[in-house]
Write a protein that binds this ligand. Structure first.
Ligand code: CMC
Length: 391
């Protein structure tokens, strides 16, 4: 053994100091740089929130225009990305492509990248926020066999992304303002969440001095799992499997039976033990957006019934399991015409703002050290090697 604190899953270990995001899990409070998530959701835009997370303050008009200009003018991918993209299997999961594509960015921006230079670090962060939607849309279009689209820089961030994803040459694309606003709001809610698994991954990789694009690619890989960002895709698949409100009771019973191996996806959170403030905002928004878009999705009834049934059940009450941010987000993505396998990619686009903000913070933290957890050794004590013919 060793004389270390055993803390699997880091439930009681602070690995860094950070001024980016504050969560009070018991009170259901989430603040980005001190601003309540509810206020940002009601009044801000994703790009403004990205600036806030990166810089620590809300921008004034000039600062915002300059930030938006920079993000807008770094949206293009190097043409060689296309060749790289076309090497993936036609049916590759878009998150698999995202990991590869972002990792490959390190090969385009490495040799001249001086991490000691604050301006170069800032530029890396801007490039990531700017190019991730372009890459995400390209992965999607490749996965359905459509030619990729260049970014239209006369459009705003979220609308530009929807345009790159959905535009077909011969048909003018009617993008509803409701759709763009809803997506922007989802991006705000997903932009950061302090030391979650993917952000901690970005920091762990960043702590070694690795290339920032490689750090973010590692973050995307961590996000993909169903216990983290992959939950939104898993929620929708679960709701589809449940299929009808009458089957909700059986699903709740199955989730309570540990042997079934089934958990209610979109339920529970490591930090929030009363409610997830993002889930409250999303629940309201789901009804509003579906109403405004004129979408009547029976899965919404299933979700509402499932939430009601679980919140009344002792198993969920005792364990303080509440709907999290991903419980309703998939229904909105679906209403926006975004295919299920792209849901976690949406999360990745938004969380890039948080990842780069944490990476930037870490790079100037005088107390930052290489991340190097210890272990409780459970293997053999020392023993002697035996030759092959003696085993
Ligand atoms: N359904 C049924 N039982 C659950 C669930 C669930 N969704 N979540 C937790 N439990 C039970 C778990 O079996 C355990 O029971 P017991 O104490 O009897 O052993 C207890 O609740 C505590 O669970 P835990 O796994 O020790 O808690 P954790 O903090 O390690 O895990 C979690 C948090 C989010 C991974 C987990 O609640 C979960 O797997 N939820 C479903 C996946 C999900 O929705 N993930 C998205 C999280 S929010 C978006 C993001 O940040 O990525």
């Amino acid at each position: 053994t060793g004389c270390f604190t055993y803390d699997p899953g880091f439930t009681a270990t602070a690995a860094c100091k950070s001024a980016v995001t504050y969560i009070d899990g018991d009170a259901g409070v989430l603040l980005y740089r001190g601003y309540p998530i509810e206020q940002l959701a009601n009044n801000s835009s994703f790009l403004e929130v990205a600036y806030l997370l990166m810089h620590g303050e809300l921008p004034n008009k000039t600062e915002f225009e300059s930030f938006e200009h920079e993000v807008t003018h770094h949206t293009m991918m190097h043409e060689a990305f296309r060749t790289f993209l076309y090497g993936f299997r036609h049916d590759a999961h878009p998150m698999a492509m995202m990991v590869g594509m972002l990792g490959s960015m390190a090969s385009f921006y490495h040799g001249s990248l001086d991490l000691e230079d604050a301006e170069q670090r800032r530029l890396a962060a801007i490039r990531l926020i700017a190019k991730v939607p372009t890459i995400a849309a390209a992965c999607y279009r490749y996965s359905i066999g459509w030619p990729i689209r260049y970014p239209k820089n006369n459009l705003e961030y979220t609308t530009r992304f929807l345009h790159m994803m959905k535009e077909v040459p011969s048909e003018p694309l009617e993008l509803s303002p409701t759709a763009a606003k809803a997506l922007d709001l989802l991006f705000i809610l997903h932009a950061d969440h302090e030391q979650n698994a993917s952000t901690s991954t970005v920091r762990l990789v960043g702590s070694t001095g690795a290339n920032p694009y490689a750090c973010v690619a590692a973050g995307v890989a961590a996000l993909w799992g169903p216990a983290h960002g992959g939950a939104n895709e898993a929620v929708l698949k679960m709701l589809e499997e449940i299929g009808r409100p009458e089957h909700v009771g059986a699903a709740v019973e199955k989730a309570k039976n540990k042997e079934s191996g089934f958990r209610l996806m979109g339920f529970g959170h490591r930090v929030y033990k009363n409610f997830d403030p993002r889930a409250k905002i999303i629940r309201e928004m789901t009804h509003k957006v579906l109403g405004e878009l004129g979408v009547n999705d029976p899965l919404l009834d299933v979700a509402v019934k499932l939430e009601e049934a679980a919140l009344k059940d002792d198993y969920f009450v005792q364990r303080k399991l509440y709907p999290n941010v991903d419980f309703y987000s998939g229904i909105i993505y679906k209403a926006l015409g975004i295919p299920t396998e792209m849901f976690t990619v949406m999360f990745a686009i938004a969380r890039t703002a948080g990842w780069v903000s944490h990476w930037l913070e870490q790079q100037t933290d005088p107390e930052a050290k290489i991340g190097r957890p210890r272990q409780i050794y459970t293997g053999y004590a020392e023993r002697d090697y035996k030759a092959l013919d003696k085993r």
